[in-house]
Design a protein around this ligand. Sequence first.
Ligand code: F6P
Length: 524
Amino acid sequence: MALKNINPTTTNSWKNLENHFEQIKEIHMKSLFQKDHNRKENFTLNFDDFTLDISKNRITEETLKYLIELANESELKDAIGKYFSGNKINETENRAVLHTALRNQNNNSVLVDGEDVMPEVKQTLQKIEKFTDRVVSGAFKGYTGKTFTDVVNIGIGGSDLGPRMVVESLQFYKNHLNTHFVSNIDGDHVSEVIKSLNPETTLFVIVSKTFTTQETLTNAETIKKWFLQSATENDIQYNFVAVSTNLEKVLDFGIAKENIFTMWDWVGGRYSLWSAVGLSISLALGYKNFDALLKGAFEMDEHFKGTDFDKNLPVVLALLSIWYNNFFHTDSEVVIPYTQYLEKLAPFLQQLSMESNGKSVDRNGNKINYQTGNIIWGNSGTNVQHAFMQLVHQGTKLIPIDFIGFEESLYGNKDHHEKLMANFYAQAEALYAGKTEEEVHLDMKVQGNIDKINQLLPFKVFEGNRPSNTILIEKLTPKSLGSLIAMYEHKTFVQGVIWNIYSFDQFGVELGKELANKFLVKNS
Ligand code: F6P
């Protein structure tokens, strides 16, 4: 049975939220903190070594109560059950949605059309482990018998963004293999990547669920041509492997059957890094770290499935996002990790959230009359403070933020880390509290700038009342990253359920592909 069809704007809780919004919209968060001295503690949620502080949001207990009622009226609990148990909730593609099965650490079975998918999942994981060990140890060699020094992941969208983000985020844990990513159909980029590579010692991992994606196939063919300048067709089996559901096409490419890693139609591209699509992750970090990533995600899955909504991180993040999107009418959300390692998190989340929830037709097939998917953007702190934060602090738009910080740095440089985290806390504080005219006045007086007060005062005032979540994690590890990614996956799911849309198809990317083919024919 598929998900329920409920227009969220017709629910009682939506009406309550509309009325409540009218009462709360002008209230400054500073007064909420003044009224409740334990606001920070009262609005903090915990999961494992994650602390989510939502106190700097324009909410009260009542807001959360109505938002949770909205989740209940949307039958979220029932939807979560269906999501995890293999129901075909991706109705427009007639598919189950089971990326959670890929990291399932229980011994329970997960059924799709009455068949347990777990044995195949485990087999594939074993294959990934074995292959990784052989490549990393040097037992699996290139066509001239040399061990591999480089790995090139050829894929795009979900077959690129997830592996690329995880490998870059966890580079501290990397082994000796240099990992490269080719995604764009821009031939200059492929040329830049291969120009410094030795075909004898490079392993190419072609990742394409469909094995029909123009970018990936064009890049793979170009690389194959380059490879064949020094090798033979028969050598392809040593230096190329593939991850795909399309066995026939992969075999046609020349890849050996044993070097094909399967995936399944119940894994969406943007949710696929936990499958063999993550082979490059396993190769770059070693299987043990890949496994830890899966375990971290599984723990978040368990939290999401089993925790009351008011203490449930993905649920609360999704509800807050809906609160701003649908009641404050904000358009976008910023994600700012205070670690350079997570620089690629925002592009990853862009696909996850925007390809999933960028929909304007509901689950009845009707045009929607309310807002759905947000625009997601971001980059790493403190770089953003010297780039776009001016607009977030003093611009005309209200832009909710997720700040992500880590208590420990990986190399343990105390001085840097203290400064980094001071900025992390300072940004959230500045955004919520702002700076009043009186405060600016006093500051300028103290600094001896009395003569400029009349001229400059309005420009130096910060209204504040700008919302943010702070997500504090003990340390960036494969496990904590796994949990973090799964948290955002489930947030996306919850939003889609409440907005009454199908989050797991992506028809919106098709028209551009079709037209590109037409233009190609016209111009050739
Ligand atoms: O952009 C559309 C899309 O279908 C994504 O959802 C997917 O991640 C990407 O293309 C790549 O698809 P494939 O893995 O089939 O090459």
